[in-house]
Write a protein that binds this ligand. Sequence first.
Ligand SMILES: [Zn+2]
Length: 64
Amino acid sequence: MARRFFLFERLTRYGPVEIGRALTRDGQKGYLASCTSDQCGWSADYTSYGAVCMAAKGHRCRIK
Ligand SMILES: [Zn+2]
């Protein structure tokens, strides 16, 4: 989970995946999708909200 982006504000979620606004340390904005399932650990960051939503919807969690 040690990514360049860190969660700034929670926005919404799709199933186990949370979407939030993210910021880098140097102030760049982005969006972060992060699976809340402990054993999954999937996360991805994007520069647009549309892209992050697509990624979150497309995530197939290995943990059922
Ligand atoms: Zn997952």
